[in-house]
Design a protein around this ligand. Structure first.
Ligand code: ATP
Length: 275
């Protein structure tokens, strides 16, 4: 089953956390929400799982029993063991006996946690605990999987395991909505939503996002207009919106997702809004 937000606005006091956001999460697809701190990623996810009620707009999503949600916090009980956490989560959804045992074995093996079923969650590394939280979120094989930064704190090798499990959820037919700060990871999603200050700057497949990107990114050791530049490794990258004259001796580069997200955010922040 799919999920959809249509023209959703969420206001917390004076803060517009989401502004007129429309996002569709079709069954069988991974939709990745990216954006900087405070962009509204968690609010978008929490709205889909009905933890937040929108100020305006509509949310369509399956019922609670069909949703698997990994919140931004750990998502497991510190004083229960790995196996107890999974059994508890499965029990909430009425799973028991061999069905639960088989599912537990499969998930712990896929997540690289099969050797530590008796370890207390509080004794796990941050990355292992995140993977346990993910396993708990999907133990009941939900049709909508919502993951708030599932791979934050997970080491690069384990992130590959995690991504494989997330992709498998979608391949098995689930609609998957996740937020991430790892843009290399987001590039693999079927659909990207780039959020900034509660607004969708652009969304579509990675190819759509790249094809729709206007302007030029240059690289060099020093920026010509520092406020339009950012560091990438030893280089500085700089964004030149359409119509800006490029310096004669510049080197241009094909922007990747990180360049595109930063350039679009800078454009929103630095371009005066017409009166
Ligand atoms: N319950 C709340 N009450 C008041 N303001 C909130 C609440 N939840 C979020 N906000 C505000 O809404 C905005 C969006 O927050 P949100 O947590 O959705 O962003 P985010 O993109 O997930 O950021 P981060 O990656 O830093 O967690 C921020 O300005 C935040 O301070």
């Amino acid at each position: 089953m799919s999920a959809e937000l249509a023209d959703v606005t969420v206001q917390f006091g004076d803060t517009l956390a989401l502004q007129d956001v429309s996002v569709e999460v079709p069954a069988g697809t991974v939709v990745a929400v990216v954006g900087g701190d405070g962009a509204g990623k968690s609010t978008l996810l929490r709205t889909v799982v009905r933890e937040v009620t929108p100020t305006a707009g509509t949310v369509s999503a399956p019922g609670k029993a069909e949703i698997g949600y990994l919140p931004a916090s750990a998502g497991s009980w510190a004083n229960l063991s790995v196996a107890e956490n999974l059994d508890f989560a499965g029990g909430v959804y009425g799973m028991a006996g061999s069905e639960l045992a088989d599912r537990r074995t499969r998930l712990l093996t896929d997540a690289g946690l099969a050797d530590v079923p008796g370890r207390l969650a509080r004794q796990l590394s941050g990355g292992m605990r995140r993977k346990l939280g993910f396993c708990m979120a999907i133990v009941h094989d939900p049709s909508l999987v919502v993951l708030d930064e599932p791979s934050t704190g997970v080491d690069p090798v384990s992130r590959i395991d995690l991504w494989r499990m997330i992709s498998r959820c979608a391949a098995d037919g689930a609609a998957v909505l996740m937020s991430t700060t790892y843009l290399d990871e987001a590039e693999r999603a079927g659909h990207l939503v780039i959020l900034d200050a509660g607004q969708v700057l652009v969304q579509g497949t990675y190819d759509d996002v790249r094809a729709g990107f206007a302007g030029t990114v240059t690289t060099g050791t020093r920026a010509v207009r520092p406020q339009w530049s950012w560091r990438r490794g030893r280089q500085r990258h700089e964004y030149w919106p359409v119509g800006e004259a490029l310096p004669t001796d510049c080197t241009t580069t094909e922007p990747d997702l990180e360049d595109i997200v930063i350039a679009l955010s800078l454009q929103r922040q630095l371009t005066p809004v017409p009166a």
